[in-house]
Design a protein around this ligand. Structure first.
Ligand SMILES: [Zn+2]
Ligand SMILES: [Zn+2]
Length: 129
């Protein structure tokens, strides 16, 4: 099960809900691929095949595009040997790969508002999946 994380900025009113988490090991590969955008598809597939994908965990993490500062739910697969692979797409340039900073699940958020730069608050708003 994943949870919905609402990020809210008291400063400027920015509010956005992101579906995060999941953590399921039995997630179907096909469904995992569908969470990644085209740009990432091939490398995820190769990685999953090379590593015998039965032992992976799929989840979403809160991430920030380093190019435009936009927050987003970033798909990530974790393999049992500790390696991981996450999405690198962003709306600011759909044809490019982006550096994405990922935040730990439910860590006291060190996030800054993508609009005004002030501190934001986060709140769980329910479950998804
Ligand atoms: Zn703000
Ligand atoms: Zn971006």
């Amino acid at each position: 099960m994943g949870y919905l994380c609402e990020v809210h900025c008291p400063g400027c009113g920015y509010k956005q809900i992101f579906p995060l988490g999941c953590g399921r090991k039995d997630y179907k590969l096909k469904r995992i691929y569908s969470h990644f955008d085209l740009m990432d598809l091939w490398s995820v597939k190769v990685m999953a095949l090379e590593k015998k994908s039965n032992y992976l965990t799929f989840r979403y993490r809160l991430g920030k595009c380093r190019d435009c500062g936009q927050l987003q739910a970033v798909p990530e697969v974790l393999f049992t040997d500790g390696t991981s692979f996450h999405g690198r797409t962003c709306d600011c340039n759909v044809k490019a790969e982006h550096e994405i900073s990922l935040y730990e699940d439910r860590e006291p958020i060190k996030l800054k508002c993508p609009k005004c730069g002030k501190k934001v608050t986060t709140q769980e708003k329910g479950m998804w999946d």
